[in-house]
Design a protein around this ligand. Structure first.
Ligand code: ADP
Length: 625
């Protein structure tokens, strides 16, 4: 039997992550019982330290990419989107309300404020938000500049004063986007999400009533009408995205363009930071995008959350967040080998070998052949629980060469792969106890551990793929996780509400992450069993995983544009085309479709349109009717 995968939660949360992982047969990390490096996933709400990225080992993954503060802090987001607008024009970058960072841009704000007062007949409203707070704290809305009072850094933003209302209540959408990789950029958006309502009717004559103007659950769950039935909204303050879709249908609203615009917002926002995020193949990030839809059905980006709240306040939360986390784990593509390689690695000291850039001449070359006989895969628990035994595995390691080129390779992923015991879950299961050494050894020459995963098919759906169903029933964690480490960026934030703005990022660029030289365990390019597609030699990430729909790359051109250095201009052009196609189906679409076909030499690139129920293929959306 394989050892369980091990997760490590900072500060004992979020509970839903623990529950989902335990259900799937994972074990919780306990520092009393396990070695420091004996975990596969480390989840924390706040930022990781530089050293944690720096020391990451190949089987370990973190739930944050470094250097994403450029979109997750309100002032950085405003600055970056302004830069993108200036560079790429406002026709696509028109989705965030005009914003000013105060006190620095007070004069600019004042000039805009005065201009609008003169040119607009109707009132103009503004919203003031502290840059480093979340959950609606410190926010107020004003019309007259004399009401603008602040004692910290804030952003003042145009208030979207004509939001789409449901039964007279304001709402916003929480969209969950997972950046599986920044290099190459690979983005998935979850089909489920939250619709979060204000709990008092929208009314511009009472700007101070936060229950009418803010849609934060952390505020509204304490409102006097939280439990009251509120027309179509019902009780509470949340809907699932599915219910919202249903609502759109009932209103005969053409939703496709809305979904595509939201999709664009996510991509365009990520483009603002993608080129500057260091490559960290073992990191994944779940962002919460907050989108407000106005009365003309135009979506506006309010903010991007770094650690979207995962608390389970109500049934809607349970439905949405449990499915979300479960799909996220599938998307992370853990393989059987994740639970094997670490033990073999530790036992045989590969870690030291694989990361040393240069072997001193007096250190002897390690033996060529290593044999693993009955490797203990788990540190014996103090409670006397039994450890498990693996079948013997033989592996061939290349003898070291001492020339300079080879020394450089010592620290590289390629060399690292050669040194690790090659493990292939399928082989081990198939030949348990009787691995044919010669056959196996032959294979090891070309075999590197990789995503021979159950989730590597181009379409994986939790519901239709029983292999992905929870393997164990829920059980209570046997041990209490205690993690005393704190990041520099750790703040007063506690609980599990959204975290966005107060995340400080630390300078990572200079580090030259060791991890970036390691094999990309997501890429599929090293897989022993390659179930996933390639296009013109480039790996095509799965179309969907559970309810996560791949939204980037979305065509052959964007796949190519993300191959090496991300070509932001090409991506923007493609998004532009796509949105135009959705808006104006017809002859032009057929032409563009043909062009794409030509570019890819007839190879088709599938992408789904994120958003609608049963998302259609993009190519189907564009078929002229
Ligand atoms: P926080 O991080 O504190 O939640 P947000 O930017 O998400 O800050 O704002 C909180 C709430 O205020 C939003 O959920 C939304 O209801 C409302 N809001 C924020 N900005 C705007 C805006 N520009 N126009 C209209 N409503 C807004």
């Amino acid at each position: 039997m394989a050892a369980s995968l091990v997760f490590r939660l900072h500060d004992r949360g979020p509970e839903v992550v623990r529950e989902v992982l335990l259900e799937r047969g994972w074990e919780e990390y306990d520092q009393e019982e396990r070695e420091e490096e004996d975990w596969n996933l480390y989840w924390r709400r706040s930022a990781f330290r530089n050293s944690e990225y720096h020391n990451l080992l190949p089987w370990q993954r973190l739930n944050h990419h470094p250097k994403t503060v450029g979109i997750t802090r309100k002032d950085c987001l405003a600055r970056n989107l302004r830069r993108m607008r200036a560079t790429f024009g406002s026709s696509l970058y028109d989705f965030s309300p005009t914003a000013f960072i105060l006190p620095n841009h007070y004069t600019r704000f004042l000039s805009e404020y005065n201009n609008l007062r003169v040119t607009r007949g109707s009132s103009v409203y503004w919203i003031c938000k502290p840059v480093d707070l979340s959950r609606g704290r410190g926010i107020f809305i004003f019309e007259d500049v004399k009401d603008l009072v602040y004692d910290c850094s804030v952003i003042v933003q145009r208030y979207i004063s004509k939001p789409l209302l449901i039964s007279g209540y304001k709402f916003d959408l929480r969209i969950y986007a997972c950046v599986k990789s920044f290099h190459p950029l690979t983005v998935y958006i979850h089909q489920e999400g939250l619709v979060r309502f204000a709990t008092e009717k929208y009314n511009l004559s009472s700007l101070r009533n936060l229950y009418a103007h803010l849609t934060n659950t952390s505020i509204n769950k304490f409102g006097p009408f939280y439990k009251a039935a509120k027309g179509t909204v019902g009780q509470g303050c949340k809907w699932t995205m599915s219910k919202f879709r249903h609502f759109l249908h009932s209103q005969d609203i053409n939703e496709l363009l809305l979904w595509q615009r939201i999709n664009n917002i996510v991509t365009l926002t990520l483009l603002a930071i993608a080129p500057s995020v260091p490559s960290c193949p073992n990191c994944v990030e779940l962002f919460g995008f907050d989108i407000l839809v106005d009365v003309t059905l135009k979506p506006w980006l309010l903010e991007v959350n770094y650690s979207p709240a995962l608390t389970l306040d109500c049934q809607v939360d349970i439905t949405v967040k449990r499915g979300l986390i479960s799909d996220l784990i599938d998307l992370m593509n853990y393989t059987f080998s994740d639970s094997l390689r670490e033990r073999a690695d530790r036992r045989h000291g590969y870690k030291r070998l694989c990361f040393r850039a240069k072997r001193p001449s007096h250190v002897p070359t390690p033996p060529v052949l290593s044999t693993f006989e009955g490797t203990k895969i788990q540190k014996r628990r103090s409670g006397g629980q039994s450890s498990q035994t693996l079948p013997p595995i033989k592996t061939l390691r290349q003898p070291e060469k001492t020339n300079q080129r080879q020394s450089r390779q010592d620290a590289s992923g390629a060399d690292y792969q050669r040194r690790l015991p090659p493990v292939d879950s399928n082989q081990i299961y198939a030949t348990r106890g009787s691995l044919a050494n010669e056959t196996h050894r032959d294979k090891t020459r070309s075999l590197t551990f990789g995503p021979c995963s159950r989730t590597n098919a181009s379409v994986v759906n939790r519901r239709t793929c029983p292999a992905l169903a929870p393997q164990k029933s829920l059980r209570v964690s046997e041990v209490t996780s205690h993690d005393g480490t704190e990041t520099e960026a750790e703040t007063e934030r506690s609980g599990e509400a959204d975290a966005s703005s107060s995340i400080r990022d630390t300078p990572h660029r200079e580090l030259g992450f060791r991890r970036s030289k390691l094999p990309n365990i997501y890429s599929g390019s090293h897989g022993a069993v390659r179930m996933e597609r390639t296009l013109n030699g480039q790996h095509v990430p799965p179309l969907r995983v559970g309810d996560f729909i791949r939204t980037f790359p979305f065509n052959a051109a964007t796949l190519r544009a993300s191959r090496h250095e991300l070509d932001v201009m090409v991506v923007i052009q493609e998004l532009h085309k796509l949105t135009a196609q959705l808006a104006t189906p017809g002859e032009r679409l057929r032409r563009e479709e043909e062009e794409v076909k030509e570019e890819t030499d007839g190879e088709e690139f599938d992408a789904l349109l994120w958003g609608p129920k049963d998302p259609p293929l993009l190519s189907q959306c564009f078929k002229p009717t």
